[in-house]
Design a binder for this molecule. Structure first.
Ligand code: ASP
Length: 347
């Protein structure tokens, strides 16, 4: 069989990058040869597979922004040599990494598919084999010499999701990820069924460039009934803080306490970017729909619309890294950069 397409596997760490030795049960880091031994079926795919491994490979709970930079730089280094990329990553923070990498890659026109697994390869009942096989097939899928999914996406169990719309929802089940606010890009069964209507295609192919600056001087402030002024104050007065994701109730609501309004208003007036994201998984922030969100609007807080927490967090770090002028950050917060948000005008 002619192996027309080529895919680069990038092992970054997590359960998926470890294989279990069936004789003694020990876990060791994988590379292409080890993965071929554990999944001999990969040889049957009409795809040339190569791999690079990060050194060290890490548990994704240890991921920091410079790790995202490393992933994007690896893709840039090999971009013109491969038709698609599969990023093997721990599941815990995979949604953050997929979001961050989607923002970093400008003019992406090839598939970049993140995947992971709940159990290591080689372990009985492991989900790793299906995830890896499907991710490779998707990364190599071309029609009329054009990639079917030229996006940063995330494959898990049987679903392909836009990377910056996915979130980890389960520590237990194999269907560990969901895309609550955007349709899935493909579903695998007997065949892999793609949904081109919801896949993003660039109008013209331009050279890939990457943005590598993130500013992590941000905080996530989760509201709860009974939250105290001193807590909000200490978050907002964190030295060097430039941005906050405010996790609000329902459609973007918050207590109407005067102190909260005054604190938030003072922060935004001093140039801090505060983005309102709902604690609900499904649906969008709609500031002004209830009286309890009017104050937030008046305090200069931006709507995060239907963004996931993972996406809002990485987008804020990305925009603060790119722009020193808060006005620019505000402008791009109100735009969809990579299909990560559904903007509802006036909300
Ligand atoms: N703690 C692991 C990680 O995210 C879990 C996994 O890979 O599923 O790296």
């Amino acid at each position: 069989m002619s192996k027309e397409k080529s895919v680069l596997l990038i092992f970054t760490g997590g359960t998926i990058s470890m294989g279990e030795n069936p004789t003694n049960g020990s876990l060791s880091p994988l590379d292409k040869d080890a993965i071929l031994k554990l999944i001999p079926e990969l040889e049957m795919l009409p795809v040339n597979i190569s791999s690079v491994s990060f050194n060290p490979m890490i548990d994704s709970s240890d991921v920091e922004p410079n790790f995202w930079v490393k992933i994007a730089e690896t893709i840039r280094e090999y971009y013109y040599r491969y038709d698609g990329f599969v990023i093997l990553h721990g599941t815990d923070t995979m949604a953050y990494s997929a979001s961050a990498v989607s923002f970093m890659l400008e003019n992406l026109s090839k598939p970049v598919i993140f995947t992971g697994s709940q159990l290591p390869l080689g372990m009985l009942r492991s989900d790793a084999k299906e995830n890896v096989m499907n991710a490779i097939e998707i990364a190599a899928a071309y029609e009329d010499n054009k990639p079917v999914v030229p996006e940063v996406a995330l494959f898990f169990e049987d679903l392909l999701m836009r990377g910056n719309r996915a979130m980890k929802k389960s520590t237990e089940y194999f269907n560990a990820f969901a895309s609550f606010n955007y349709p899935i890009l493909a579903k695998s069964g007997v065949h892999i069924k793609y949904f081109p209507m919801v896949i993003h295609y660039e109008n013209e192919v331009k050279p890939l460039s990457i943005n590598t600056h993130f500013d992590n001087n941000i905080a996530i402030l989760k509201l709860f009934p009974g939250i105290q002024e001193s807590v909000v104050q200490s978050v907002l007065e964190t030295p060097h803080l430039r941005g906050v994701i405010l996790e609000s109730f329902g459609a973007g609501n918050a207590p109407r306490a005067e102190w909260l309004y005054q604190r938030l208003k003072a922060a935004t007036e001093s140039g801090m970017i505060i983005v309102n994201v709902s604690q609900c998984r499904i649906g969008s922030v709609e500031m002004g729909r209830y009286e309890t969100s009017l104050n937030l609007q008046k305090a200069g807080i931006l709507s995060g619309y239907d963004m996931t927490i993972e996406t809002a967090t990485t987008k804020l770090m990305f925009l603060l890294g790119k722009f020193s002028d808060p006005k620019e950050v505000v402008k791009y917060m109100h735009q969809s950069l990579r299909g990560e948000v559904t903007i509802m005008h006036g909300k």
